[in-house]
Design a protein around this ligand. Structure first.
Ligand SMILES: [Ca+2]
Ligand SMILES: [Ca+2]
Length: 152
């Protein structure tokens, strides 16, 4: 192979490589997102800080496909009893927002949830193993595992 061909070939490899998506170490990819299922626990605000520290945010689930992927992964590999994801109804009871801004449209509440239980103190969104990782509103101060997400 002549040198000029080799150079062209190598730059093509580099271009192909650059086009490939990559997730940060420890994150797993699905579609255009990367997810990290934490092994550590924290309150909802602590969990949100952890995710920010890693250049991500608490997971935002906007479709059945994304929901199925996360539930499947949690069932097979995560197996935490609870995981925080990024929605709250802290501003107005019953009005669920992702990151305090974007209305929650797709939902997968477990039957009977959200119930704002424990004296109406449940304002943060968790996935719960005993609900097959369907959604539950829960007390934000509880120290749970959590799922961070970042875009590819
Ligand atoms: Ca609530
Ligand atoms: Ca609840």
């Amino acid at each position: 192979m002549r040198l000029v061909h080799l150079v062209v070939f190598l730059s093509m490899l580099t271009l192909a490589d650059a086009g490939k998506s990559r997730c940060p170490v420890g994150f797993i990819q699905h579609g255009r997102s990367c997810y990290w299922f934490s092994n550590v626990r924290g309150s909802f605000p602590e969990a949100a800080s952890y995710c920010r520290y890693f250049g991500s945010h608490l997971a935002i689930i906007t479709s059945r496909d994304e929901d199925s992927f996360i539930r499947g992964y949690a069932s097979r590999h995560g197996k935490g009893p609870h995981y925080w994801i990024g929605a709250t109804d802290l501003i107005l009871e019953g009005r669920w927002l992702w990151e305090g801004h974007h209305p929650v449209t797709y939902t997968n509440w477990n039957p009977g949830q959200p119930d704002n239980a424990y004296g109406r103190t449940e304002h943060c969104l968790e996935l719960r193993q005993s609900y097959h990782y369907r959604w539950n509103d829960y007390i934000c101060d509880k120290k749970l595992q959590f799922i961070c997400e970042t875009e590819v």
